[in-house]
Design a protein. Sequence first.
Length: 221
Amino acid sequence: MKVLIIGGNGKIGRILAKKLSTSEQHQPTAFIRKEEQRAYFDEIRVPVIVESLEQSEEVIGNAMKGFDGVVFTAGSGGKTGFDKTLEIDLDGAVKTIRAARAHQVKRFIMVSAAHADDRPYWKQSGIKPYYIAKHYADMELSRSGLDYTILRPVRLTDDSEVGKVKMETDPNQLHHEIPRVAVAETIATVLDDAATFGKTIEMSSGEHSIAEALKRVCAQN
């Protein structure tokens, strides 16, 4: 499967690109914003497409021609204002979803956020616009007709070990953190897993292997 990683230079994107670079089943390409971000991917021998999610749906669609799947793990980041959150996390995601549908790129994995459907939680979080963006981007994907999986991790850490995980349909059953490497590992695991198509999975660190956690949550979902 030829996989386009949108948000390739983010922490999850980099981990995923490196992992897939050694896969016999997948051929990753990183979608990055700036030429100066290229060096990391040259080092791990992953090709790049230099383009911006602020471009039109047509431009984004041209970039994804020929791919079999898309991983959307882009985000505006904590150092920008909520205007950029709406532009990247919402509008950028929606343009990508629509472009994937237009170009028949059927497999789509969205990295979202736990509690993206939990309106009372948004207010107390202090970052309500972020959750609004994630909620409506996820809704667009769920209505797209694509073979989607939405992963909703809790607060992300830079721990180097995947560890055990917990996956639920109810985010209130989760623990508080999860390593980015565990999210990247989950993405790699579900890419070819038809049992995860049409599923929204809330996830944190926990008590199960990724394979066992996926089996449990897909039985519920």
